[in-house]
Design a protein around this ligand. Structure first.
Ligand SMILES: NC(=O)c1ccc[n+]([C@@H]2O[C@H](COP(=O)([O-])OP(=O)(O)OC[C@H]3O[C@@H](n4cnc5c(N)ncnc54)[C@H](OP(=O)(O)O)[C@@H]3O)[C@@H](O)[C@H]2O)c1
Length: 226
C-alpha cells in the first residue's frame, strides 16, 4: 500500500486530496492546525492519522516527523498543500507583516517540512508543492497580490533547488497549479470544482516521473512558465 502525507488537509483542496487518495486505496496521513477543525478529515481517515501541524512552527514540523518515524512510516508522496493568501492589494496598501507571514507559510513551511522528513522519504517518492500561477513571473500581467505572488514565486525557486538536491536519492519534486478552484481561498465564483482540480492533479502526479523533476504544471498536465 502506498502512503502519503497532505498538509492543510482539513478543508479545501487538501481535504479533497485526502478523499480521492483514500478512495484509491492509499494510506493517507493529513495535517490540520487544530483537531477540532478536522472533523471532516476524521470522517475519511482514522483519527490517529490526523496530525496537528502549523507549517510555520518549527517544533510542530519536527513533531510530525517524530510521530511518523516512531510508527515506521515511509512516505511515497508528500503534498505540500497548506497555504494562505494574506493580501490581494496593490502597492498603495502593501504590508510587511503580510509578506513575512506569507513567506513563513507558503515558502519556508514546505521547505522545512521536506527538510524534517528527509529520513522517511522512500526511494521514488514524489514531493508535490501546491503553488499557483500567481507565482509565475512570466504570467504576471495584472500586478498586485504582493505577499501571495512573492511567496509562491519563492516556493517555485525552492522546487528547483530541492529537485536538484534530491534527484540523487531518486526523489522527484514538482510545483502544481490547481487552477482557480472554489474553496475559501478561491471563492464561490471560481470556475473549477475541487473534485475536478484534484482529480486532474492526481492524474498528473501519476504520470510524472523523475525525468520531470523540477518542473511546474497545472491540473491539466500542461507545463507552466516560471
Ligand atoms: N483555490 C484556488 O483557486 C487556488 C489557486 C492556486 C493555488 N491554490 C493553493 O492551493 C492550496 C490550497 O488552497 P485552498 O484553495 O484549498 O485554500 P483554503 O480553502 O483556504 O485552505 C487552506 C488550507 O491551508 C491550511 N493552512 C493555512 N495556514 C496554515 C498554516 N500556517 N499551517 C498549516 N496549515 C495552514 C488551512 O488550515 P485552517 O483551516 O487551519 O486555516 C486549510 O486547511 C494553497 O497552497 C493555495 O495557495 C489555491
Amino acid at each position: 500500500m502506498s502512503t502519503l502525507l497532505i498538509t492543510g488537509a482539513n478543508r479545501g483542496i487538501g481535504l479533497e486530496f485526502a478523499k480521492q487518495f483514500h478512495s484509491k486505496g492509499w494510506k493517507v496521513f493529513g495535517t490540520s492546525r487544530s483537531l477540532s477543525n478536522a472533523k471532516k478529515l476524521m470522517d475519511i481517515i482514522s483519527n490517529e492519522n490526523v496530525l496537528v501541524l502549523d507549517v510555520s512552527q518549527q517544533d510542530q514540523l519536527k513533531a510530525v516527523k517524530d510521530q511518523l518515524y516512531k510508527r515506521n512510516i515511509i512516505l511515497n508522496c508528500l503534498i505540500n498543500n497548506a497555504g494562505i493568501m494574506t493580501d490581494r492589494v496593490g502597492i498603495e496598501k502593501v504590508s510587511q507583516d503580510d509578506m513575512v507571514q506569507a513567506f513563513r507559510v507558503n515558502s519556508a513551511g514546505p521547505v522545512m517540512l521536506v527538510h524534517n522528513l528527509l529520513p522517511i522519504f522512500d526511494n521514488g517518492c514524489k514531493i508535490v508543492n501546491i503553488s499557483s500561477l500567481k507565482g509565475s513571473i512570466n504570467d504576471n500581467t495584472s500586478g498586485g497580490y504582493y505577499s501571495y505572488r512573492m511567496s509562491k514565486a519563492a516556493l517555485n525557486m525552492a522546487v528547483r533547488s530541492m529537485s536538484m538536491d534530491l534527484q540523487k536519492k531518486n526523489i522527484a519534486v514538482y510545483a502544481l497549479h490547481p487552477g482557480w478552484v472554489r474553496t475559501r481561498m478561491g471563492s464561490a465564483i471560481a470556475p473549477v470544482s475541487k473534485k475536478r482540480s484534484v482529480n486532474g492533479m492526481i492524474d498528473v502526479i501519476d504520470q510524472l516521473s523523475i525525468s520531470d523533476t523540477g518542473k511546474f504544471y497545472n491540473f491539466k498536465g500542461e507545463e507552466l512558465p516560471w
